[in-house]
Design a protein around this ligand. Sequence first.
Ligand code: UDP
Length: 151
Amino acid sequence: MMEKSFVMMKPDTIQRRLMGKVLSRFEEKGLQIVAVKMMHISPGLAQEHYGEHCERPFFNDLVEYITSSAVLAMVIQGDDCISMIRKMVGATNPKEADLGTIRGDYALDTGRNIIHASDSPQSAEREIALFFQDSEICDYSMPDSDLIYEE
Ligand code: UDP
């Protein structure tokens, strides 16, 4: 099923100049980038985005980290892409993430794990609506889609 996922490169990805490498992985997989926005997240938006963790001991540090500098917010589209992107991103703790995943290859610390990706269709819908207007999501065809999808 065609899905949209919310993916966000965290401040460390941008500051470490890893944006291009990370973005390339999604493009090379055959996924479609349908929205991109570089922005500074306000504390309010960070608290809302990570609301499910508000009681956790790491919450304040997480909000501080994610608001510390610019992030790159994205919407990525593809067949069953929500779970696929989670696999590509790897485990929350980069030390446990498999090599070959984004966190496994580029990060070492849970508190600096470089990327966020929606964990379910419900989260994706909520997160996309938090960060993007419908008009900011671009619908365009992929001329090579026959080479990526059988049907
Ligand atoms: N996090 C943290 N310490 C922890 C657990 C999580 O700093 O012990 C941060 C980390 O940046 C993680 C984010 O909180 O990516 C959200 O946690 P979640 O469990 O939702 O992991 P994710 O879905 O990002 O893999």
